[in-house]
Design a protein around this ligand. Structure first.
Ligand SMILES: C[S@@+](CC[C@H](N)C(=O)[O-])C[C@H]1O[C@@H](n2cnc3c(N)ncnc32)[C@H](O)[C@@H]1O
Length: 273
């Protein structure tokens, strides 16, 4: 009861929503919301999925103990400086998306783990309708600054990849260098959920870090994370059309220490019969 109340307060604040606004969305009185938040009562079981939907989270996360300890990453610190840790040049995959889904209409795009927003802002500048989330507040603050510098709208919000569930269909779901933060037991379910929330002929464009025994761990690797195996991501998309799938090893100097990463990249299209 206590954890639900704390989770609800945290989510409502995160979404900048008053008790009354939440109550209106649920078609109930604001007193009812107030009672949930003070732990005097719990919502009816039929209302729980609606609350999860509003806050784009799972019912499990709503009632679990973990949400109140907002999980953090080292990036929260890295993003604190004035400079953009990842720069502001968009990822090369953004141009691949532009070629495959040119913005002839405002395609709905989700950027998962958007960091400081370079890619999300690039898409918005090119006419896409962008939702983007990250777990770090410092990253999102800088992302919002970048969007306002370019005078574009992006719906940035704070969320954890492990509890976030889309509540709408997207034409493009994109994520670069983030999916190793998925908990191993949730990976398959969450990828399945992204596929489900992709519109017909929509794209999923992801790159993931790959475990190679001959490569030493990267110096800025943090726990908890789980690298992927070669081909693992491709297997989850066996029923989609692959525009691209490849593996590469590249040099990186994040944290000012030269090291190497291995990645699998996939650009897959949901083709319906
Ligand atoms: C390697 S960075 C990539 C950032 C961005 N996609 C880019 O390419 O510039 C990984 C990002 O994942 C975010 N992240 C880490 N754990 C996360 C989680 N559990 N949920 C959502 N984002 C997370 C970090 O804050 C960081 O911004």
């Amino acid at each position: 009861m206590k954890s639900f109340a704390q989770n609800l307060i945290q989510l409502r604040r995160q979404y900048n929503m008053t008790q009354e606004q939440l109550a209106n969305k649920l078609n109930i009185s604001s007193q009812a919301v107030s009672k949930w938040e003070t732990g005097q009562s719990l919502p009816d079981i039929i209302v729980l999925p609606k609350i999860a939907d509003i806050f784009r989270t799972s019912i499990d996360s709503l009632i679990s103990h973990s949400l109140k300890h907002n999980p953090s990453t080292q990036y929260e610190e890295f993003y604190r400086s004035q400079n953009y840790y990842w720069g502001i040049t968009p990822n090369h995959l953004c141009y691949e998306i532009l070629k495959l889904k040119p913005p002839i209409k405002p395609w709905r795009l989700l950027d998962i783990g958007c960091g400081e927003g370079k890619d999300a802002v690039f898409f918005a500048r090119n006419g896409y309708q962008v939702d983007a989330f990250d777990i770090t507040k410092t990253g999102l603050d800088k992302a919002k600054k970048l969007a306002s510098f370019y005078n574009v709208q992006v719906n940035f919000f704070q969320a954890d990849i492990n509890s976030f569930r889309p509540n709408t269909q997207y034409d493009i779901i994109f994520s670069s260098g983030v999916l190793h933060y998925l908990k191993p037991d949730l990976k398959e379910q969450i990828i399945h959920n992204y596929k489900h929330h992709t519109a017909e002929n929509g794209l999923n464009v992801f790159n993931v870090f790959i475990d190679k025994p001959f490569l030493p761990p990267a110096p800025d690797e943090e726990t908890p994370h789980t690298l992927w195996y070669s081909g693992e991501l491709a297997a989850l998309y066996h029923d989609w059309y692959f525009h691209q799938f490849y593996e590469n090893i590249f040099d990186c100097i994040s944290n000012n220490i030269p090291h190497k990463h291995c990645m699998n990249t996939i650009i897959a299209e949901k083709v319906c019969s």
